[in-house]
Ligand binder design. Sequence first.
Ligand code: DAH
Length: 357
Amino acid sequence: MDDLRNTYLGQIAAAKDEATLEDIRLAALGKKGEISLKMRELGKMSPEERQIFGPKLNALKDEVIAALAAKKAALADSALDARLAEGWLDVTKPARPRRMGSIHPISQVTEEVTAIFADMGFGVAEGPRVETDWYNFDALNIPGHHPARAEMDTFYMHRAAGDDRPPHVLRTHTSPVQIRSMLDQGAPLRVICPGGVYRADYDQTHTPMFHQVEGLAVDKDISMAQLKWVLEEFVKAFFEVDDVELRFRASHFPFTEPSAEVDIRCSWDGGQLKVGEGDDWLEILGSGMVHPKVLQAGGIDPTQYQGFAFGMGIDRIAMLKYGIPDLRAFFDSDLRWLRHYGFAALDMPSLHAGLSR
Ligand code: DAH
């Protein structure tokens, strides 16, 4: 009995891993284990012998089981100690934030534009996407027979048979928000109006729904000079360049007089757009002095007040700034595209922290 005890306790103490412990357990306590066989021999003993050997064998069995369990726990402890010693965690390191979705380039650029114009004292105004044709056309000096109505590829809302009220349209531009802002707020007034607009058109640079931002400033003594300064400040801040040259090209819009389309100096060297240098010009917006009839439609006296206005494609300036080649991808909801061109959810653009970090 003492030999058995010494053998097994000695082996258990020397065991280096759990597999060895399991071998020892089988050799001692398995079906054909040495201690198990001895237990079976108890049956053949005389009652007197059994009284002596029974308790001793049971005690030995318990002792071996306890030694195995203790050694198993000790091995686990030292395995943990070893793992802790070699692979420790530096809890002073910064967390690695997991990205929870991203901000769409259109939302990002809308925020950037808003931050820049807010800095110049412009508030944000919004209007409905389903407009009456009065706000979308008539009030903007585009009467029913005007070719601009036909040119705009307008989506008209369905009217029931016999309902001959003038139709609602999906607004074709953000300009109707000029009228709504003037009627709501009166003069003086400084607003930008960002939002979705609709035209029946579809190719690499046109989608049936896209985004514009309208600008409107109404006050006494407003002139083209202020329009020019505001747009220059905007373009420098938006494209994050120190200097940029703008070209005002005479143009025509029914709602402004005079009207100008504005180009920025740029280069396309190596297929890469650089704003502010080079020999190319890129059209980015339409603008002008608000037509007296439009001020009147907005309830403002054109003999007292003047205004400047401009309208710009948000999707277009987003494509230019962030090098996005195909407009249609904006609206495909392709996760790979969104992850590539999207912006971190918590980085709000601001003038002091940087617009597009
Ligand atoms: N509404 C015009 C368009 O959708 C853009 C525009 C041009 C807006 C001149 C203006 C402006 O406010 O003054 O094409």
